[in-house]
Structure formats: C-alpha cells, structure tokens
Design a protein around this ligand. Structure first.
Ligand code: IMP
Ligand code: MG
Length: 179
C-alpha cells in the first residue's frame, strides 16, 4: 500500500494558532491552575506545545481511549486503554484532543470525566471536522475546522504512521497498490 501526503496546515500556521489558544487559555484561567488531560496518543504533540504557551500554573495527566483500528473508519467502539493517574476532583480540567470527528469519543469521555467532580471541564481540540459529527459535543477551544479529509501529523496517525510530521497533511491512499 502506498500513501501520498499533501500539506493542509503548515508547521508555522499550527504553531501560530497554538500560541493564540495558549494565550486565550492563560487569560480565561487567570489566577487559577489548569489541569490538562491529554488523550493519547494523538493529543500528545498538541498538549506539549500548548502547555508551553500557557502562563498560569499547569498540571498534566494522560489517558488513552480507543475508537479506531487500523482503518480510517470509526469502529464505533470506545474503550479505555489507560485511565488517569490523578483524581479530577475540584480541578479546572481541560481535555486536550487531536481531533473531533464523529464526536463519539469525546462525548463518552466528557460524560465519564464529569462524574469525577472536576470544578470545571472544558474541551480543547487542535482540529475539528464538523461535517462528520454524529454525536453533539461542545468544543471550547478549537485550533482549526477542517474539511472531511483524513489527516495526519502533529500526533495524528494513519495506521500508527506519520504522527511525527510537524505539520498537518491529508492522506491519499493509492488503492491500486494495495496487496
Ligand atoms: P471520533 O470519536 O469519531 O470523534 O474520533 C476521534 C478519534 O478518531 C480522534 O481522536 C482520532 O484519534 C481519530 N481520528 C478521527 N479523524 C481522524 C483523522 O482524520 N486522522 C487521524 N485520526 C483521526
Ligand atoms: Mg485522539
């Protein structure tokens, strides 16, 4: 199988936008501490870059859920692979995601984390594909709204590849070359 990647959002564009979101969060949470919850693995690159640009005190935690297999289509199954280390009780929590697509993962996660009694719970995503939404999700901070294309880079993968690309690219799979 072979894939072609074309640039959708350059490294400079992504960096600039993350800086803006970092500034926005720093203003919104002035005088407080934010607890960033990264959804692995896709959210990790975004969370690190975002955390560096937040000027209020930050703590971090990680969790891993799975809703996709090796394919580019959602299986519809949301499974907790790794839970958080720390309690969310009375914390100002921001979930940091790579992308909101159908919304299934996030609506499930938000509900589950709300039950853990954080003082506040918000959602920050680098990318949003609103056309693909099947389940309503309230997104508080969005990097970019993008068209219905399968994207990689900046933490997002195609069959575990391309997470390390420093930009966001669109994947085109060359079907004829599939084995
Ligand atoms: P949702 O539950 O359909 O919103 O999907 C959420 C997860 O699917 C994301 O956190 C990604 O891991 C994955 N995903 C959705 N769209 C893409 C994409 O275009 N590229 C890579 N991963 C994606
Ligand atoms: Mg993800």
């Amino acid at each position: 199988m072979s894939e072609r990647i074309s640039v959708l959002l350059s490294e400079a564009e992504v960096d600039r936008r993350i800086q803006e979101i970092g500034e926005q969060i720093s203003r919104d949470y002035e005088g407080r501490q934010v607890h960033l919850v990264c959804v692995l693995k896709g959210g990790s690159f975004f969370m690190c870059e975002l955390a560096k640009r937040i000027t209020v005190p930050v703590s971090l935690d990680f969790m891993s859920v799975s809703s996709y297999g090796m394919d580019t289509k959602s299986s519809g199954i949301v499974r907790i692979v790794k839970d958080l280390d720390d309690s969310l009780k009375d914390k100002d929590v921001i979930i940091v995601e790579d992308i909101v697509d159908s919304g299934r993962t996030l609506s499930y996660l938000m509900e589950m984390l709300r039950d853990r009694a954080p003082r506040s719970l918000r959602l920050c995503t680098l990318l949003d594909k609103p056309e693909r939404r099947l389940v309503e999700v309230k997104v508080d901070y969005t990097g970019f709204q993008i068209p219905d294309k399968f994207v990689v880079g900046y933490g997002l993968d195609y069959a575990q590849k391309y997470r390390n690309l420093p930009y966001i690219g669109v994947v085109e799979v060359d079907k004829e070359k599939e084995e």
